[in-house]
Structure formats: C-alpha cells, structure tokens
Design a protein around this ligand. Structure first.
Ligand code: ADP
Ligand code: MG
Length: 254
C-alpha cells in the first residue's frame, strides 16, 4: 500500500473547552504547495485549529503531523515554530518603532534577537532576499518607514513578508482581509496568489469575494462545529445545501 505524505495532516483530533467541543473528530490534510482556504461560521473552530497546529493549545486526542514525521501535539510552540510553521494573527504584530526593512531583518532565518540582528551585517544573499520580499509585499518604496506609520493593509503585508523572511514552510493566515478596504483586500489576494507554488499556505477567511479570488478552483474547506463539513471549489461548496444552511445562507452569502 502506498501512503501519501502530506505536509500537514490532522486525524481524529478533538479539543474541548469546559466540556464544549471546539474541535470534533477533525480530519484535515494539506499537500505541499497548496493554497488552501478554510471558511466556516463564527465559532466553527477555525482559530482553535490554528492554535492546535502552532502548539498554543494541545489536542485532547488525535494526532497532528507535519511533514509526515513530526507529532505537533508533542512539541512546544517554539519547537513548532522552528520546524517552519509561521502564523499571522488577525491583528498585525509588527515592531512599530522599527522600519519595514528592520522588521524583515528581525525575522530572517538565523537572526539572533533584536539587538544583535540590527547591528549584524547582512550578507549579499540576505540583502537580495529582503529586497525580493519587499517587492513581493509591495512595500519596497516604504522600506525605511517606521512600521507603526503604515496603513492597516500594509502592516498585514509586512507581517506576511515576515513569515517569508522566516522561510516558513507552512504559512497560517487568519482572516487577512478583516478591516481592509476592498482595494487592500484585492491586493492581498494578489500577494497570496503570487506565492502559490513556492509556499504552502492555509488561509482562514470570511469574505467570499476574497475566497473566490484566491481559490480559483482550488480546494476550499468548510469547517462547522469543529469538523470538516465539506470541501471543494468555492462555487461547489457555496452551492452545497449543508453549507448554505450553516453558513452561506446567513449574512455571508453574496
Ligand atoms: P472560529 O475561529 O471558527 O470563529 P474559534 O476556534 O475561535 O472559532 O472558537 C471555537 C469555539 O471554541 C468557540 O465557541 C470559542 O468560544 C471556543 N474557544 C476557543 N478558544 C477557547 C479557549 N481558550 N477557552 C475557552 N473556549 C474557547
Ligand atoms: Mg477565528
């Protein structure tokens, strides 16, 4: 029997908070290089799932595996980060008093803390890498600005850039479009699409216009009451009766 190796796999995962099953016998698989979108109503367990992947909380039962070998449930948050799993939270967490450029330097693989990394000399390959990231995230003209002065959308892009600087193998992005203008949202979609094939990305999102933009026929997973309700192309899941009932039939239908 040949067994497929996934970059990330969750099998039979359960997580309760005070008797409430936030994650309920969840099975979830992501292949290397995928851009996967996860949708689902509030309280479906989307953020909890990310907390379980990153080690912020631990599964009660079940197994979450990375690269087919690492049992994430047995590792600390730091060890999981070191494996190459990077997370972008809903609210941007950039170093406001440092420039955009410095923020990226601080995130570089192998940088050794704030003080050391601001004074260590970048080698040419690192300089090129930062320049490339600045261009990818549309912030090259703002490299010398303090991150705190950026617009909300730009801060989110910087944070995605910081995940790229970390060389994260798996990027976890929670509701990137929240609080963005339509134009920022569209540009965020373009940014994520430009990373396809180079990175594996798991995006949680509510905005269905954005979901359709980034999924383009790729698999969308619908989470409901802590399990996958269905998976498929955005159009397919959007017309699934069960999905309409639990989620899209309500205020998020467009
Ligand atoms: P989503 O991100 O899909 O909106 P969450 O994963 O944030 O959903 O939450 C799923 C459920 O688990 C919610 O009912 C939430 O209140 C509960 N929950 C999440 N984290 C905790 C926690 N640390 N303690 C208690 N309850 C939690
Ligand atoms: Mg959430």
């Amino acid at each position: 029997m040949t067994q497929k190796t996934f970059l990330l796999s969750a099998e039979g995962v359960n997580k309760s908070f005070d008797g409430f099953k936030a994650i309920n016998d969840l099975n979830f698989y992501v292949e290397k290089g995928e851009l996967r979108t996860v949708i689902g109503p509030n309280g479906a367990g989307k953020t909890t799932f990310l907390d379980l992947i990153t080690g912020r909380t631990k599964p009660d039962t079940g197994r979450i595996e990375f690269e087919g070998v690492h049992d994430l449930g047995a590792l600390t948050e730091h060890a999981i980060y070191r494996l190459g799993i990077g997370r972008k939270f809903q609210t941007p967490t950039v170093y406001s008093d440092h420039t955009v450029f410095e923020n990226l330097v601080l995130s570089l693989e192998g940088s050794r803390g704030v003080f050391a990394s601001l004074f260590f000399k970048l080698n040419p390959a690192q300089k090129d890498r930062i320049q490339e990231i600045l261009e990818t995230i549309n912030l090259a003209p703002h490299a010398q600005r303090k991150a705190g002065t950026l617009a909300h959308g730009q801060k989110q892009w910087l944070e995605i850039g910081m995940l790229l600087a970390q060389e994260a193998k798996l990027l976890l992005i929670d509701e990137p479009a929240a609080g963005m203008t339509d134009e920022e949202t569209a540009r965020t979609g373009e940014l994520l699409l430009s990373l396809v094939g180079k990175h594996t990305i798991l995006v949680i999102e509510h905005d269905m216009v954005f979901v359709r933009q980034i999924s383009q026929g790729r698999k969308v997973s619908v989470l409901h009451q802590g399990s996958v309700l269905c998976e498929g192309a955005a159009d397919v899941v959007q017309s699934d009766e069960r999905v309409i009932e639990v989620y899209l039939g309500r205020k998020h239908a467009r």
